[in-house]
Design a protein around this ligand. Structure first.
Ligand SMILES: Cc1cc2nc3c(=O)[nH]c(=O)nc-3n(C[C@H](O)[C@H](O)[C@H](O)COP(=O)(O)OP(=O)(O)OC[C@H]3O[C@@H](n4cnc5c(N)ncnc54)[C@H](O)[C@@H]3O)c2cc1C
Length: 588
């Protein structure tokens, strides 16, 4: 027997008299369970009201412009399943006769705001766990490709580590650091500024305005795409269900496909006094509560040295301790030398092949004991920044419990299409593999969304460039020289010193270098390394050259604007080609 049900506006939170902005169905139309019927527009979000049952629309009782509240009649529906037992809905009833009208409430599908989401399940064609650069990119791309997307994020803002406590706030502070050191160094050109007066509160307000602009922008972009956002901590409960603990209680998200983008966390060396706020990680260092007099940075990698650059410019006496025999161990040693030479003069100390074995708290500061080739006697610091790396969050999301493989380091292994061992579940960004970089996460996020949408694609980028936004910057891509040697590759190296660059000299920053690695036989670019002001911008040209399979002639015959730092790549290629005129290289 056919039953005709009344579909009414469900619980839409505190919203009342909400305008109907779209009626998405017509009388006579067949709808599936969850097909959107109407769209309501509150001042916070758009809410689509899905059909509670599969059936045929009979009468529509509202029109665009009507204002509705909970309980308002939307339409009547001749159901093709039992209206009061959705669990049995798969067993469609034999219906051939109309029965009485039964009132039911439609579930809401809140699109764009957790606040307006009614309790209960929200089915997702694609659920994305984590709204960092990987997650929000995946969610946006999946929505653009027509998928119904739910994005789950435990923190109140979108953007993950990168926008909130990583790439963006660090670059905002590094910008300020550069202004200070440029002003200091202008003395050599006869321009003398006074000692800078740093208003920490204003500086923090500005930094927060930068991240705020971007994170709010993301929310608007999600809303435009009608992505449902749930703020809460998500955990995989079954291979097709995520549980989310929110401030309003538990929610469940059944899904067809899942993209895990839950990122990474700060690594801690065990046994140190982390409850003392003077022992900072990158997040607390970015909060910039004050400018300590004497600061130790444990870890001479990119994050540690970027924060050292900031605190040095603001006036702290910096020491760096690094267990390896070079700073930024991932980069070729000759790229790091110009940075090392500069900061050796500015910083109090740089201890290589040395480690910290003990930190004791005291009134006077944190007393640090060192061990290693260059270990000094114990020292007292006002602050310590622990920057020894990040670890993936693979074990914190219930993945193993539902059968997803996790490796010994906590990463979730994926194939070229970002699929985990469960083919409908994908993993991207920091949680999937190194390098832990935002641009790798966004590339992978797009890829996973496209694969889910049925595109034929795979991870086929030839390189993921790395940049240390220190002063000078260090950037590299493709093969490093160390890797070329290890892999027995028949390569050639060509290097242009910035001491011969008109632009670098006119900026009083000629300590840099641009070097290219090329295949001896084909003359094609294999890798590049640049050290100097703006190296992070300059490396992009060489990435494109690698992706396009450019050889030295391609680069050397490409007209670059003069005078620019970008010419240094052209000059390096000209050296390889034997056509350079900006240097004299005697014939062998
Ligand atoms: C100080 C610093 C500076 C950096 N600078 C740069 C830089 O200049 N360039 C660069 O490329 N990279 C930089 N990085 C690295 C970059 O931030 C990361 O590689 C990038 O954010 C990774 O993106 P992701 O989407 O994989 O993960 P994340 O950005 O870590 O995002 C993961 C998100 O998932 C959420 N999440 C985790 N678990 C759950 C859960 N169970 N439920 C709900 N939500 C959850 C988290 O709250 C987070 O928002 C920097 C990092 C730091 C710390």
């Amino acid at each position: 027997m056919t039953q005709v049900v009344e579909v009414k506006v469900p619980d839409i939170g505190d919203f009342k008299e909400v305008p109907v902005i779209e009626v998405l169905v017509e009388p006579g139309a067949s709808v599936e369970k969850e097909t959107s019927l109407i769209t309501l527009e509150t001042d916070k979000a758009s809410i689509e009201v899905p059909s509670p049952h599969a059936g045929v629309i009979k009468d529509i009782k509202i029109k665009i412009g009507d204002k509705v509240s909970e309980g308002a009649l939307i339409l009547t529906l001749a159901v093709t399943e039992h209206p009061t037992d959705t669990k049995k809905s798969e067993k469609a009833l034999e219906i051939n006769q109309e029965g009485p009208v039964v009132p039911v409430e439609a579930p809401t599908s809140s699109l764009a705001s957790a606040q307006s989401m009614s309790p209960g399940d929200i089915h997702a064609e694609v659920v994305v766990l984590g709204a960092g650069p990987g997650g929000y990119t995946a969610a946006f791309r999946a929505a653009d490709l027509g998928k119904k997307v739910v994005l789950i994020e435990r923190y109140p803002t979108l953007g993950g580590v990168c926008l909130n406590v990583g790439c963006i706030p660090s670059k905002a502070l590094l910008h300020v650091a550069k202004v200070i050191t440029d002003a200091e160094e202008a003395q050599a050109q006869g321009i003398v500024f006074g000692k800078p007066q740093v208003d920490i509160n204003k500086l923090n307000t500005w930094k927060e305005s930068v991240t705020g602009k971007l994170t709010k922008g993301l929310r608007a972009l999600a809303k435009q795409r009608k992505i449902a956002i749930i703020h809460g901590t998500g955990k995989l409960a079954t291979p097709h269900l995520i549980h989310v603990e929110t401030s309003e209680g538990a929610k469940t998200v059944p899904f067809d496909n899942c993209i895990i983008a839950a990122g990474s966390s700060v690594t801690r060396i065990p046994g140190f006094p982390y409850d003392d706020p003077r022992l900072m990680d990158s997040t607390s260092a970015l909060e910039l509560n004050d400018v300590p007099q004497r600061m130790l940075v444990i870890g001479g990698g990119i994050i540690g040295l970027e924060m050292a650059t900031v605190y040095d410019a603001l006036g702290s006496k910096i020491s760096v301790v690094e267990w390896m025999d070079q700073l930024i161990p991932g980069a070729d040693a000759d790229l790091v030398k110009p940075l090392y030479r500069r900061i050796k003069k500015r910083y109090e100390a740089i201890y290589l092949k040395t480690k910290v074995t003990r930190i004791e708290t005291g009134k006077a500061g944190l007393t640090v004991t060192f061990e290693g080739d260059n270990a000094p006697k114990p020292q007292i610091y006002d602050r310590i920044l622990m920057a020894v790396g990040r670890r993936p969050n693979g074990r914190a999301i219930g993945a193993e419990e539902i059968g997803i493989q996790i490796n010994e380091r906590g990463f979730i292994p994926v194939d070229r299409q970002m699929r985990t061992n469960l083919p409908h579940i994908f993993a991207i960004g920091d949680i999937a593999s190194e390098p832990m970089l935002a641009h790798k996460a966004t590339y992978e996020g797009k890829l996973a969304a496209e694969i889910i949408a049925g595109h034929k694609a795979g991870f086929d980028a030839r390189t993921i460039p790395s940049v240390a936004y220190t002063d000078p910057e260090i950037a590299w891509m493709g093969l490093t020289e160390r890797e070329a040697i290890q892999q027995g590759i028949d390569y050639e190296k060509t290097r242009f010193p910035w001491a011969a660059s008109g632009r670098a000299i006119s900026m009083a920053r000629d300590e840099g270098l641009t070097q290219l690695l090329l295949d001896k036989k084909t003359r094609r670019i294999l890798g590049a390394g640049i050290t100097g002001v703006n190296a992070g911008e300059l490396i992009a040209e060489t990435v494109l050259a690698l992706e396009m399979g450019a050889d030295m002639q391609d680069i050397s015959l490409t007209i670059h604007p003069h005078p620019t730092l970008s010419e240094t790549a052209l000059f390096a290629a000209e050296i390889a080609e034997g056509t350079i005129t900006d240097l004299f290289i005697p014939k062998k």
